[in-house]
Ligand binder design. Structure first.
Ligand SMILES: NC(=O)C1=CN([C@@H]2O[C@H](COP(=O)(O)OP(=O)(O)OC[C@H]3O[C@@H](n4cnc5c(N)ncnc54)[C@H](OP(=O)(O)O)[C@@H]3O)[C@@H](O)[C@H]2O)C=CC1
Ligand SMILES: CC(=O)C(=O)O
Ligand SMILES: [Mg+2]
Length: 584
C-alpha cells in the first residue's frame, strides 16, 4: 500500500477525529465558521414578521404574503386590524393583575407597533392606566425582573466621554423628541435609579398615541449616575450602577456632555423633556438649558399648564375669576411651585397686577409646614417667592382654617394626606371646594375620589393625577377627572415640532393651557368635569399643538416657514396614524 491511496481512503470514509463519516452533512454544525451575531435573509419574510415596525401578523394580505416571502410563515387565515384589536383587547382583559396587562401591552409594542398604538388609541380610557400611571409605577419598581429586552437608551457614568458615540448606537437617526430621566423621583415612589426607564418609555408611547408623533422619532433615555435606594443597591437583580448617586461637578459634567451631544447629533430642534428628576437638580437643569436648547420640564411646566387649564375651566362651575380665588398647596416642589408660578403669571397677565401682588393669594405647605417669611433664609430658591407674612403653621387643617383657600392642591407625593378633617374644612369654607389630588401613582394620591365626594357631601369639584372610577354618593353619580400632564405634553410637543420652535417660553405653556381649557364642553361641565375625556385626545392635542404653534410663530420662535394657514388641520395631518400600510 502506498501513501497516496491511504490518503484517498481516509478522505472518503473517515472523519478527521476518527468518527463516522458525515453522510447527511449534519456535522457541518460543528464546523468552524465565521460567526456573525445576526443573519439577514433577503428571500424570506421572516425578518419582516419579527420587526415590530413592519409586522402586521395575520393581517398580511394574500398578495403581501406572496410578495414578501411570507407563505408558510403564518397560519392561512387573513384577518383585519380591527379584528386583531378585538382579539388583543380580549387577551389584555383576561389578566386580573394590572402588571400582567402592562407586560402584555409591552410585549405587543415589541411585536407589532401599529397594532399596539391602534389598540391604545381606540381604547385609551381603559388602557392609559395600564401603560401609564398607576401601573407604570409598579412596572418601574419591578423593572429589573420583568424585562427581557432592553427598551430605550441607557447612558451611565461608564459612558462618560463617549455619549456622542452611544447616541450613534440608537438605530433611528431622525429623532424629534427625547424624554430623559435620571430616575431620582419616579412619580411619588422616590429613587428607582435605572429602573426609572419605564417612565420615558411610557411618556413617549403617549407622545405617539395621544399626540401623533411617529414612534421612530421618539427616544427614551435614562441617565444612570447610581441610586440612593438601599433596597436596589442590595438587589442582585438591580439593572443599574450599584453605587450611591454621584452629585455636584461629576453629575453636572455628565449632564452637560449629554445635552451637548444631543444637540450635536440631532440638531437645534430636537425637544428634550426632563422627567422625574429630583427637585434639587430639576430646577437647575431647566434654568441652565432653557436658553440654549429646546427643553422643558414636564413636572414643573407641563403639570402647571394642565392644572391651570383645569382651574380656568372650574371657574365656569364655581364662578369668579382667578383673582377671586385663594390657592393652597400641600407640597412645594416641582409640581407645586411650578403650578403656583403659572397661576400667578396668568393672573398677572389678565389683571395687569404685578406678579408679587398676585402671588399673595397663593400659599404652599411643605414637609415642615406653611411656607412663611420667617422661614425664608432656610428655604430652597424655588420656595422663596411664596414665603408670605404669616405666623408659622405646621398642620394642613390649621392652614386651611386660617387661610381659607377656595382651591386645595395636593403635590406632596404622600398618600392619604387629605384626611376627612382636611376635606371637611374645605367643604365648610366653600360651597364648591376645588380639590385636586395630583400625586401619583394611586397609592400616593392625597385622597381618593370617593373620599373627596363623601367627605364634602358631594360638593367637591375633584380631579386626581391617577384615574379613579366614578363614585355614587347620595343617589348621584360623580365622575372624577384626571389632572395629569398627559393632556398637555403630547400636543405641546407636536406644536413645537410642527412649527420648528427652538425654545420653550412660558407663553407657550399658557397657550397650551388655554387650548385645553377651551376643549371642555357643556356636557363635561354638566357632569362636574373640568377636563375633557381622553377619548377625544387626538382632537384635543391638535388644538393644543395649533395654539402652541401659533404662539411660537407670533413670538418669532418658529423656524418652519411659511406659517400654515390652518394650524389645527396642519396638526391633524402631521399625526402618525397607526392603521396598517399596504406593502407592494
Ligand atoms: N398629576 C400630574 O400630572 C403630576 C403629578 N406629580 C406628582 O406630584 C408629586 C410630587 O412631585 P414633585 O413636585 O415633582 O416632587 P418634589 O419632591 O419636588 O416635591 C414634593 C413636595 O412635597 C413636600 N412634602 C413631602 N411630604 C410632605 C408631607 N407629609 N406634608 C407636606 N408636604 C410634604 C416636600 O416637602 P419638602 O420640600 O419639605 O421636602 C416637597 O415640597 C409626585 O407624587 C408626582 O407623581 C408630579 C408631576 C405631574
Ligand atoms: C405625571 C407625572 O409626570 C408624574 O407624576 O411625575
Ligand atoms: Mg413626571
Amino acid at each position: 500500500m502506498d501513501g497516496g491511496s491511504m490518503v484517498a481512503d481516509i478522505d472518503d470514509n473517515v472523519t478527521s477525529g476518527g468518527g463516522v463519516r458525515d453522510v447527511y452533512g449534519e456535522d457541518k454544525a460543528s464546523e468552524d465558521r465565521f460567526v456573525t451575531p445576526w443573519s439577514v435573509s433577503v428571500a424570506s419574510g421572516y425578518t419582516m414578521l419579527r420587526d415590530p415596525r413592519f409586522n402586521k401578523g395575520l393581517a398580511f394580505t394574500e398578495k403581501e404574503r406572496d410578495a414578501h416571502y411570507l407563505r408558510g410563515l403564518l397560519p392561512p387565515t387573513v384577518i383585519c386590524q380591527e379584528t386583531q384589536v378585538k382579539k388583543l383587547l380580549r387577551h389584555i382583559r383576561q389578566y386580573q393583575v394590572p402588571l400582567h396587562k402592562y407586560m402584555a401591552m409591552m410585549d405587543l409594542q415589541e411585536r407589532n407597533e401599529r397594532l399596539f398604538y391602534k389598540l391604545l388609541l381606540d381604547h385609551v380610557e381603559e388602557l392609559l392606566p395600564v401603560v401609564y400611571t398607576p401601573t407604570v409605577g409598579e412596572a418601574c419598581q419591578k423593572y429589573g425582573s420583568i424585562f427581557m429586552k432592553p427598551q430605550g437608551l441607557y447612558i451611565s457614568l461608564k459612558e462618560k466621554g463617549r455619549i456622542l458615540e452611544v447616541l450613534g448606537n440608537w438605530p433611528e437617526k431622525n429623532i424629534q423628541v427625547i424624554v430623559v430621566t435620571d430616575g431620582e423621583r419616579i412619580l411619588g415612589l422616590g429613587d428607582l435609579g435605572c429602573q426609572g426607564m419605564g417612565i420615558p418609555v411610557g411618556k413617549l408611547s403617549l407622545y405617539t398615541a395621544l399626540g401623533g408623533v411617529r414612534p421612530s422619532a421618539c427616544l427614551p433615555i435614562t441617565i444612570d449616575v447610581g441610586t440612593n435606594n438601599e433596597e436596589l443597591l442590595n438587589d442582585e437583580l438591580y439593572i443599574g450602577l450599584k453605587h450611591r448617586r454621584v452629585t455636584g461637578q461629576e453629575y453636572a459634567e455628565l449632564l452637560n456632555e449629554f445635552m451637548t451631544a444631543v444637540k450635536q447629533n440631532y440638531g437645534e430642534k430636537v425637544l428634550v423633556q426632563f422627567e422625574d428628576f429630583a427637585n434639587h437638580n430639576a430646577f437647575d437643569l431647566l434654568e441652565k438649558y432653557r436658553s440654549s436648547h429646546l427643553v422643558f420640564n414636564d413636572d414643573i411646566q407641563g403639570t402647571a399648564s394642565v392644572v391651570l387649564a383645569g382651574l380656568v375651566a372650574a371657574l365656569k362651575l364655581v364662578g369668579g375669576n382667578l383673582t377671586d380665588h385663594r390657592f393652597l398647596f400641600l407640597g412645594a416642589g416641582e409640581a407645586g411651585t411650578g403650578i403656583a408660578e403659572l397661576i400667578a403669571l396668568e393672573t398677572s397677565k389678565r389683571t395687569n397686577l404685578p406678579l408679587d401682588e398676585v402671588r399673595k393669594n397663593i400659599w404652599l405647605v411643605d414637609s415642615k409646614g406653611l411656607i412663611v417669611s420667617s422661614r425664608k433664609e432656610s428655604l430652597q430658591h424655588f420656595k422663596q417667592p411664596w414665603a408670605h407674612e404669616h405666623e408659622p403653621v405646621t398642620e394642613l387643617v390649621e392652614a386651611i382654617n386660617q387661610i381659607k383657600p377656595t382651591v386645595l392642591i395636593g403635590t406632596s407625593g404622600q398618600g392619604r394626606t387629605f384626611t376627612k378633617e382636611v376635606v371637611a374644612a374645605m367643604a365648610s369654607n366653600n360651597e364648591k371646594p376645588i380639590i385636586l389630588a395630583l400625586s401619583n401613582p394611586t397609592s400616593q394620591s392625597e385622597c381618593t375620589a370617593e373620599e373627596a365626594y363623601t367627605w364634602s357631601q358631594g360638593r367637591a369639584i375633584f380631579a386626581s393625577g391617577s384615574p379613579f372610577a366614578s363614585v355614587e354618593y347620595d343617589g348621584k353619580v360623580f365622575v372624577p377627572g384626571q389632572a395629569n400632564n398627559a393632556y398637555i405634553f403630547p400636543g405641546f410637543g407636536l406644536g413645537l415640532i410642527m412649527s420648528g420652535s427652538i425654545r420653550v417660553l412660558d407663553d407657550l405653556l399658557l397657550a397650551a393651557s388655554e387650548a385645553l381649557a377651551s376643549q371642555v364642553t357643556q356636557e363635561d361641565y354638566d357632569k362636574g368635569l373640568i377636563y375633557p375625556p381622553f377619548t377625544n385626545i387626538r382632537n384635543i392635542s391638535a388644538h393644543i399643538a395649533a395654539n402652541v404653534a401659533a404662539k411660537a410663530y407670533e413670538l418669532g420662535l418658529a423656524t418652519r416657514l411659511p406659517q400654515p394657514k390652518d394650524l389645527v388641520k396642519y396638526a391633524e395631518n402631521s399625526m402618525y396614524t397607526p392603521a396598517y400600510r399596504s406593502y407592494r
